[in-house]
Design a protein around this ligand. Structure first.
Ligand SMILES: NC(=O)c1ccc[n+]([C@@H]2O[C@H](COP(=O)([O-])OP(=O)(O)OC[C@H]3O[C@@H](n4cnc5c(N)ncnc54)[C@H](O)[C@@H]3O)[C@@H](O)[C@H]2O)c1
Length: 436
């Protein structure tokens, strides 16, 4: 067993940075030794933070991959459509890989990476961070104990949050499905993954509806300008006003020290720098006047192999960014609220047990990233998997992840085709995914 794994980071953006930070918590188990990003300042920042030598700094992942293997593992944390080409090359050079989700919006690419991992006998972890939260760990253990009987139905809601939708899916990186991914994959492949994992069964049939209803030009209120800072007359009444979200809001505004989402606008955000970004960059645009096409609400209904069912709703139109879930078994139910980190377990005929997940985790509060402790859980577990070279403990291996991508893409296919019922076997066999 190795004592320390060395890491080459491809894409030192928000995610690359988050996982790299684990070096400081890892007690010598992980060391970042190489970095690549197309933005020179990001490479400089990484080099300074992790003491990376000049020869190990690169202007792109492609440049870095021209060199023979530089580290044990590569973190592929670039954008959605770049992952597979970079990860495949990394595997061919002998790296184990941590790759961000979605693996790719192209199912053939997902399968290509899966078969490459097998061919070269390499470990590939996909960053489904939710599986590593205490919240979902408790729910999964309860289901697997069998005490709820047979799980017949799961209902799940993803509350994206009005400000998160505006930031990421209207103004930001994931606004356009052609450039990155459709919403159900970009945001909700986590949820497809959680549903198949909790069920412990394969999904067989899917149907889905949804649309982009609000964030389009025809809904722009009278008096609105192309940019929020250009004298828009609707600022006061508009919850999506960029100045409100990025400057003054208590949760997301730079005035209150919010790192996310301000770090997506500019490096080392300050009030002046954020204002500058709002004047010139994409995040200052009116939400009704962007080049976005991804949905703002979508519902998916699913049937699993033994006839059990699940339904999932993703919606932009919520105050908070969080998730809720209800698991219904023949002998009991679970109601989970990730926002408050509360789980209620009721075995029929007995008094319900309420678990405050914050209390259970208080001794080991997450120090890194977000997602209810999932970011830290994922990187902690994955570093151990790489160190031990033990794929058995890889909770979110590429094999475990691909089915969630099939589900998400089948849902998108259904949505585009007016909610048509999609058989997942046919979806692959008849190559329906190619029509996406
Ligand atoms: N697991 C999760 O919960 C989660 C959450 C958010 C985002 N993501 C995913 O993580 C990935 C990265 O998202 P992010 O928020 O960090 O985005 P980001 O834009 O902050 O980071 C991407 C980085 O890649 C760099 N880059 C682009 N082309 C490159 C190239 N050829 N070589 C090297 N670097 C290159 C960019 O300059 C940028 O710094 C996306 O695929 C996204 O969908 C996952």
């Amino acid at each position: 067993m190795k004592e320390c794994i060395t890491v080459a980071v491809a894409g030192f953006g928000l995610r690359g940075k988050t996982y790299s930070e684990f070096e400081k918590l890892s007690e010598g188990k992980m060391k970042v030794v190489a970095v690549a990003d197309i933005v020179a300042e990001k490479v400089e920042e990484a080099a300074k933070e992790y003491n990376i030598s000049k020869e190990m700094c690169f202007t792109s992942a492609e440049e870095m991959l021209k060199h023979p293997k530089l580290a044990d593992v590569m973190f592929v944390t670039t954008q959605d459509r770049q992952h597979v080409a970079q990860a495949v090359k990394a595997i061919e050079q002998g790296y184990d890989v941590l790759v961000e989700k979605p693996i790719s919006p192209d199912l053939e690419e997902c399968l290509e990476l899966q078969s490459k991992a097998h061919e070269y006998n390499k470990i590939v972890t996909v960053c489904h961070v939710l599986r590593y939260t205490k919240f979902f760990e408790i729910i999964k253990k309860c289901i697997d104990s069998g005490k709820l009987g047979e799980i017949r139905t799961i209902q799940a809601i993803e509350n994206v949050g009005y400000y998160h939708q505006a930031h990421s899916f209207v103004r930001g990186n994931w606004r356009n499905s052609i450039e990155t991914s459709p919403m159900i994959l970009a945001k909700s492949c986590h949820d497809m993954d959680i549903l198949q994992w909790l069920m412990g069964k394969r999904c067989e049939k899917i149907s889905s509806f949804g649309s982009l209803s609000l964030f389009k030009e025809e809904n722009a209120p009278e008096g609105s300008t192309d940019r929020c800072l250009e004298g828009c007359k609707c600022k006061e009444s508009c919850p999506y006003d960029a100045e409100k979200i990025y400057i003054s809001d208590k949760l997301t505004g730079i005035r209150h020290g919010a790192k996310w989402p301000c770090e997506a606008l500019t490096l080392n955000p300050s009030e002046d720098r954020v204002y500058e970004a709002l004047k010139t960059g994409p995040y200052g645009r009116c939400v009704y006047k962007c080049d976005n096409d991804v949905v703002d609400h979508q519902v998916v209904i699913m049937q699993f192999e033994d006839g059990s069912t699940a339904d999932f709703t993703m919606t932009a139109f919520t105050e908070k960014c969080s998730r809720q879930i209800k698991v219904m078994g023949t002998m009991g139910e679970i109601i989970g609220d990730l926002e408050n980190n509360i789980i209620k377990i009721c075995y029929f005929g007995k008094e319900a047990e309420i678990i405050n997940v914050n209390e259970v985790t208080s001794s080991s509060t997450s120090k890194l990233g977000g997602h209810g402790g999932g970011d830290e859980g994922l990187i902690r577990n994955t570093v151990d998997v790489f160190l031990d070279n033990n794929p058995e403990n890889n909770l979110t291996s590429i094999d475990a992840s691909v089915h969630s991508h099939v589900m998400a893409l089948a849902a998108e296919y259904s949505r585009i085709n007016k909610g048509t019922l999609v058989d997942l076997t046919d979806f692959i066999k008849k190559e329906q995914y190619k029509e996406l």
